[in-house]
Design a protein around this ligand. Structure first.
Ligand code: NAD
Length: 497
């Protein structure tokens, strides 16, 4: 090895140009088409057509569910150790193909390659390994029962699980469902978002290569209204794990009620607040983290801290620091390997986000940002933007924007800050900045949110549950709690006396 050799930067554009991508669904261990019906999937980076995506219909959904049902008994009989080995083999293959997966994720979603190579793909692999390892470390219970009997409480898989996932973290959120569902012995039919199906389709191929039996992991591509609804209404799907909007969550509850009462776990929308108190030890750090909380992933994060509530005495100083910190999230060519943001999921979504900026400008003010950018011929790029001068009950404070647009608002008292933060229909996340330990505990206790981060934002890891209160949904991704979405306790009572 030559110690002076330095790695050349990767020519991601060259690699992207050389790709030839397969957009066909993956059912029962192989790629398959739905009677030739396909729709192009387009990259928001530069508008290029990436692949022709199979538009599955109810027939393909039936085939995928039947394959998953057939595969279930053998997958269960593999035992926890066998499933662990198979999932670890998949994780190893994903690692071997990490750059390829990152490129697919960037092309499909518009995320910068610097993030997909360092966050999305390694994060998905780490979560997969975590659940694979957890598979054979679960124990049951031996509850106290009357003399002459023994009762065993075991955790049983539910059978065929469907997962419907969104486009903002396509691979990571797919693995948040796939890993605990498969590790605990279920088989899966997964529907990716129609905008971002390519990385998970490739993972399904790698799963077959890793020796995961046919039918254990199926990917049905296509629209929510057709494929998603067919899964939600299916009489042979035992559980449905969803991440997406609150509006679609409602339709899934109705579908479950109208069909077979399939178990639901719903990770829905959010409108999360970041509360910055004047006693914050390091206001600059708070501003840098606030920018991350509001603008990371182009602000397309369900737990984005897009309401920044700042105590009045430090509001103006904080606003200046935030403007400086936001510069790190200026959009750039996602394949250039640079820091900063990439493209939003589509120009149409950027239009919808821009409407909020237009409203903010008309009814309040744009403190900074606010402009659309055209990069590589695509105008799916938006500057990080902060709105101000809007009353605390304005729509901008309550509705999910799902783009790089935050609102800044001054408060006077702790009670006012907590009341403002809780005054939304959502309850996914919140952050608190203070150096007063009592206040940290008091405010964290009062905030109605599934995760409260103190002196950081949007804290999350494999070991901690992630999910919402109120209309942000129910059920939890990540941590051992996720197994609750995919298993049910079973009592075996043995009478011997
Ligand atoms: P969406 O609800 O429109 O779509 C999510 C998924 O549901 C997609 O796969 C889509 O095809 C499918 N779908 C759409 N209509 C359907 C229907 N009628 N029946 C069944 N499936 C259907 O959401 P989106 O625009 O893709 O993603 C953004 C939303 O996701 C935001 O609201 C965001 O907050 C939420 N989200 C939540 C979390 C969380 O963990 N709570 C994480 C990421 C995103």
């Amino acid at each position: 090895m030559n110690p002076t050799a330095t790695a050349l930067p990767i020519d991601w554009h060259g690699r992207a140009d050389a790709l030839s991508l397969d957009g066909r669904a993956f059912i029962d261990g192989r790629r398959t088409d739905a009677g030739g019906d396909r729709r192009p999937t387009v990259s928001p980076i530069d508008g290029r057509i990436l692949a022709e995506l199979t538009s599955c219909g109810s027939e393909e959904v039936d085939r995928a569910v039947a394959a998953a049902r057939r595969a279930f008994p053998a997958w269960l009989r593999k035992g926890a150790e066998g499933r662990k080995a198979a999932l670890l083999a998949l994780a190893d293959l994903m690692e071997a193909h990490a750059e390829e997966l990152a490129l697919l994720e960037t092309l499909d979603s518009g995320k910068p390659i610097l993030q997909t190579t360092t966050v999305d793909v390694p994060g998905a692999i780490s979560t997969l390994r975590w659940y694979a390892e957890a598979a054979d470390k679960q124990s049951g219970e031996l509850p106290a029962v009357p003399h002459g009997a023994t009762a065993l409480v075991t955790r049983e898989p539910l059978g065929v699980v469907a997962a419907i996932v969104p486009w903002n973290f396509p691979l990571e959120i797919a693995v948040w469902k796939l890993a605990p569902a498969l590790a605990s012995g279920n088989t899966l039919v997964l529907k990716p978002a129609e905008q971002t199906s390519l990385s998970v389709l490739r993972v399904a191929e790698l799963a077959a290569e890793a020796g995961i039996p046919d039918g254990v992991l199926n990917i049905v591509t296509g629209s929510g209204r057709e494929v998603g609804a067919a899964l939600a209404h299916h009489m042979d799907v035992d559980a449905l794990a969803f991440t997406g909007s609150t509006a679609v969550s409602r339709t899934l509850m109705e579908a479950s009620g109208r069909s077979n009462l399939k178990r639901l776990s719903l990770e829905a929308g959010g409108k999360s607040s970041n509360l910055v108190f004047a006693d914050t030890a390091d206001l600059r750090l708070a501003a840098e983290k606030a920018a991350f909380g509001a603008f990371y992933n182009q602000g397309q994060v369900c737990s984005a801290n897009s309401r920044i509530l700042v105590q009045r005495s430090v509001h103006d100083e904080f606003a200046g620091l935030l403007a400086r910190a936001a510069a790190a999230y200026a959009p750039a060519d996602p394949l250039a390997g640079l820091d900063g943001n990439g493209a939003l999921i589509s120009a149409a979504h950027a239009d919808a986000v821009e409407q909020w900026i237009t409203r903010g400008r008309a009814e309040g003010e744009v403190l900074f940002g606010g402009e659309r950018r055209c990069i590589r011929g695509s105008d799916a790029y938006l500057e990080p933007t902060v709105l101000g001068g809007l009353p605390g009950n304005h729509d901008v404070h309550r509705e999910e924007i799902f783009g790089p647009v935050a609102v800044l608002h001054a408060f006077d008292t702790e009670e006012e800050a907590v009341a403002l933060a809780n005054a939304t229909e959502y309850g996914l996340a919140a952050s608190v900045w203070t150096s007063d330990l009592s206040r940290a505990h008091r405010v964290a206790g009062d905030l109605l949110a599934g995760t409260v981060s103190v002196n950081t934002v949007d804290a999350l890891g494999n070991t901690t549950p992630f999910g919402g209160f109120k209309q942000s949904g129910f059920g939890r991704d990540l941590s051992l709690h996720a197994f609750d979405n995919y298993t049910a306790p079973k009592t075996t009572w043995i009478q011997f006396g």
